[in-house]
Design a protein around this ligand. Structure first.
Ligand code: GDP
Ligand code: K
Ligand code: MG
Length: 274
């Protein structure tokens, strides 16, 4: 069987490569993503006698395929490249960082959070409770300070648990963590039932991306259904009116609630993350 593979995903400059270096040490290889000028880092680590492969994904704020980095990251994840996503999050910019988390949780692969920059967050007066954050997000959370190597042992043991199959998520199932409202989920289900089979792409994910008017997925489905596209588009609009705005609003609201539940105190005299 294939080596258990971990992908590090997150916004730019949150400490992904720092964590990658800590995890893999000298067991790493730097190249480019096929046909792209974007750097790719792959490495290995051994936990509990298990070989684990690690890939450092390009930093992205979203998985909307609006940039080369986003296309690379999402294609890797959709192709089943990762058995576990370690979502590296900047604790000092928690709310902004967790938007991507909602998109990672749309995918069938298990997700854990490495809550990095815990030192910066504390210096800014944030008091983030990792257990409450884990409960709010529905996924495990490990606080780390990558620049000082803190939390590495805990992250390694979380990866080991995942490699032993103890942190699982059924492919194509509705994610345990992030959900839209029941009305939106019902609309997504209706859209998913109208779709032609799309190899490698979970139907709920395709429905979300169509509802969000994602250009790449829209083009692929359109190509696939041919003359039925106009009718499908009408049915999507009927199932989920104002879908792009409604879905984005629900992601932001879910993130805001998770941050509220996980933070005991707000920084005094400092601006909140937009
Ligand atoms: P990437 O863009 O996500 O790969 O982020 P990098 O690993 O390149 O880190 C970006 C910057 O943040 C570097 O200067 C790191 O040294 C620094 N950094 C990474 N982790 C931490 C951390 O936990 N605390 C602090 N204060 N700085 C960090
Ligand atoms: K960087
Ligand atoms: Mg990097």
């Amino acid at each position: 069987p294939r080596t258990f593979t971990v992908a590090l995903a997150g916004n730019p400059n949150v400490g992904k490569t720092s964590l990658f270096n800590l995890l893999t040490g000298l067991q790493q290889h730097v190249g480019n993503w096929p046909g792209k000028t974007i750097e790719r880092r792959d490495g290995h680590l051994t936990v509990d006698g298990l070989q684990v492969a690690v890939t450092d994904l390009p930093g992205t704020y979203s998985l909307s395929a609006h940039s080369l980095e986003e296309v690379v990251a999402r294609d890797f994840l959709l192709a089943g490249g990762a058995d576990l996503v370690v979502n590296v999050v900047d604790a000092a910019n928690l709310e902004r960082n967790l938007y991507l988390t909602t998109e990672l949780l749309d995918l069938p692969c298990p997700v854990v959070i490495a809550l990095n920059m815990a030192d910066m967050a504390a210096a800014q007066g944030w008091r983030i409770d990792p257990d409450r954050l884990a409960r709010a997000l529905g996924v495990p959370v490990v606080p780390v300070v990558a620049s000082r190597g803190e939390g590495l042992a805990e992250l390694r043991s979380l990866i080991a648990r995942a490699a032993r199959g103890e942190i699982a998520r059924k492919a194509g199932s509705n994610p345990a963590g992030f959900h839209f409202s029941p009305e939106v989920e019902a609309g997504l289900e209706r859209i998913a039932r109208l779709l032609p089979p799309m190899p490698l792409l979970p139907p709920r994910w395709v429905a979300i991306k169509l509802a969000e008017e994602d250009p790449e997925i829209t083009a692929r489905v359109r190509h696939r259904v041919g003359a039925d596209w106009d009718r499908l588009q009408d049915e999507i609009a009927a199932a989920l009116p104002d879908a792009p705005v409604v879905l984005a609003d629900e992601r932001y609201a879910w993130v805001a609630r998770a941050v509220r539940e996980a933070t005991a105190a707000r920084p005094v005299g400092l601006k909140m993350t937009p």
